[in-house]
Design a binder for this molecule. Structure first.
Ligand SMILES: NC(=O)c1ccc[n+]([C@@H]2O[C@H](COP(=O)([O-])OP(=O)(O)OC[C@H]3O[C@@H](n4cnc5c(N)ncnc54)[C@H](OP(=O)(O)O)[C@@H]3O)[C@@H](O)[C@H]2O)c1
Length: 189
């Protein structure tokens, strides 16, 4: 049996649960310095980052963190000069973690939507849901595909996560964060 690997979702959404606008781009309304610091701290705490190919191309790995890029162009799990590349159709998550994290650990998941969907099926230990409460993105890219019909909170609760308190990351800018945790998880220190 594999050692325990915890998936930690990290996203900032608009008031209407979007991670990007109708063009698939991240607007200024979703960019906030306090949220960026929170995000970077969580990436630093993680043993691995798991992200989609577009996010990887938009954010080259300047800090040389250990990264897995999800892409249909990968053959199973393969190593490339810029990190590990994984095609979930060819190779299971258990195989990936057995190879890359035999002692277990923490995997930060910064998206995008299809990667958030993928990990919803695998099971999040935590989801750090930041929200730009004054930003609305009609026709935008929802956090999860299921958000086409259900609010993000409903989807997270349906995946077995429980909401903690809502804290302001930047009250003046209206940017909050809520930590959702696996219901069986013991409180984190
Ligand atoms: N607000 C936020 O927190 C947040 C978070 C993430 C992204 N974003 C924004 O959202 C926009 C782009 O995000 P995105 O969701 O379109 O892109 P993305 O998830 O970064 O990349 C999508 C690509 O990842 C690969 N992929 C994802 N899931 C896969 C799967 N299950 N199997 C195989 N390949 C898979 C595919 O690559 P191939 O085409 O190579 O097969 C797919 O085209 C950007 O503007 C980004 O800044 C915002």
């Amino acid at each position: 049996m594999n050692a325990r690997v915890d998936l930690i979702g990290l996203a900032i959404v608009s008031a209407d649960d979007c991670i990007a606008d109708a063009r698939g781009e991240m607007p200024d309304g979703l960019r906030n310095g306090a949220d960026w610091s929170h995000f970077q701290n969580e990436l630093d705490r993680a043993d691995l980052t798991l992200l989609g190919r577009i996010g990887h191309e938009l954010h080259p790995n300047a800090k040389h963190r250990r990264r897995i890029v999800v892409s249909t162009s990968a053959s199973g799990l393969e190593v490339r000069p810029d990190g590990w590349w994984w095609n979930p159709a060819d190779c299971s998550w258990d195989e990936v973690t057995a190879r890359l994290m035999p002692r277990g650990g923490r995997v930060a998941v910064p998206g995008g939507r299809r990667v958030f969907d993928l990990c919803l099926g695998l099971g999040y230990r935590e989801f750090h849901l930041s929200r730009a409460t004054r930003c609305l993105l009609p026709g935008g890219v929802k956090l999860f595909t299921a958000c086409a019909t259900d609010a993000a909170q409903v989807v997270l609760a349906g995946a077995g996560l429980r909401a903690g308190s809502m804290d302001w990351l930047d009250e003046a800018a209206g940017v909050s964060c809520c930590l959702w945790q696996e219901q069986t998880a013991s409180p984190l220190t």
